[in-house]
Every structure is written in C-alpha cells, then in structure tokens.
Design a protein around this ligand. Structure first.
Ligand code: SME
Length: 158
C-alpha cells in the first residue's frame, strides 16, 4: 500500500464519520440506527463481506441488524471474536481469523475481522462486527475509524 492509499483511506474515514453523524442524528432508536450504520459501513468500506451488530441479552450476544450473508444468531459471551470483545470490553482486530482460537465461522469468505464493543452507561450492550475476505484487511487507522463510528452510534441512542 502506498502513502497515497493511506491518505485516501484517511479522507474516507473522516467522510464516513461525518456521514454517520448525519445519518444517525435526529433518530434515537437503537435498531433503526444500527440498521442504517451497518448499511453505511457495508456500502462505503471497500473489501468488506459482512458488517453488523450483535446485542447483549443475558449471557449471550444476539444477532442485530447487518449487511452480508445470513449469520449465527447467538454467540455466548466469551466465545468467538465477538464474544471475546464483549467479555473483555476490548476491540479485537484479527488479521487472520483462522489463527484466532475459538473463532466462529459464519461466512467462510471471512479472513480478517474487526470487532468493537458498544458501551452504554458503563455496560457492554453489544458489538459492532466487520468482516473482510482479505487477511490483514484492517489497519490501526481502521480500528480508530470504526471505534469512532461505534461512539457515534452509542451517543445516538438512549
Ligand atoms: N466470526 C464471529 C462471528 C460473527 S460473524 O463473523 C458475522 C466470531 O467469531 O465471533
């Protein structure tokens, strides 16, 4: 990747954040905003085969709005990349999902994955999950950008 590509990505990230702010402002419904944000991410981020939400219910994550192929409905907290992000309240940026112990295969096209926990009122309420068919797709800059989008989402809901 050239420096120019990096600069290009950075500009897209800023644009994406501005688009997300505009899209989610004026609407505080958590499902509606999750649906629109997953659509925005899927449309705007290149080389992504799945983008969506899981929400915490009791001891598991339950599938929320997403774009991509049909996915696993329930993930126990602490399992898979999503359940690990939720349990630890830590971003999981996985360059090669086949190297992640306990990775849950939903779409066999997925090679790398970025999962950002969603926090509201001090509690993890769910995760934002992005998958790519390319190993190592997600950079540190992508992690920052998706973390920013997760914050925009958290602030947009009650
Ligand atoms: N791979 C995830 C499961 C969710 S799908 O990628 C949509 C995981 O290991 O938690």
């Amino acid at each position: 990747m050239t420096n120019q590509d990096h600069a290009h990505h950075r500009i897209n990230h800023e644009l994406l954040a501005a688009q997300a702010e505009a899209l989610l402002s004026g609407q505080r419904h958590r499902i509606a905003n999750a649906a629109n944000l997953s659509a925005l991410i899927y449309q705007e981020l290149p080389d992504v085969n799945w983008a969506g939400f899981y929400f915490v219910e009791d001891d598991r994550l339950v599938l929320g709005p997403f774009q991509g192929k049909p996915a696993c409905v329930e993930i126990p907290i602490g399992q898979g990349v999503c359940g690990t992000a939720a349990k630890l309240n830590q971003v999981q940026r996985v360059a090669d999902v086949h190297q992640f112990d306990g990775h849950i295969v939903c779409d066999s096209d997925s090679e790398s994955e970025l999962v950002v926990p969603l926090v509201k009122g001090g509690f993890v309420i769910g995760v934002l999950d992005i998958d790519s068919p390319t190993a190592g797709r997600f950079s540190e800059a992508d992690e920052h950008a998706l973390t920013q989008l997760a914050k925009i989402y958290e602030n947009s809901i009650d």
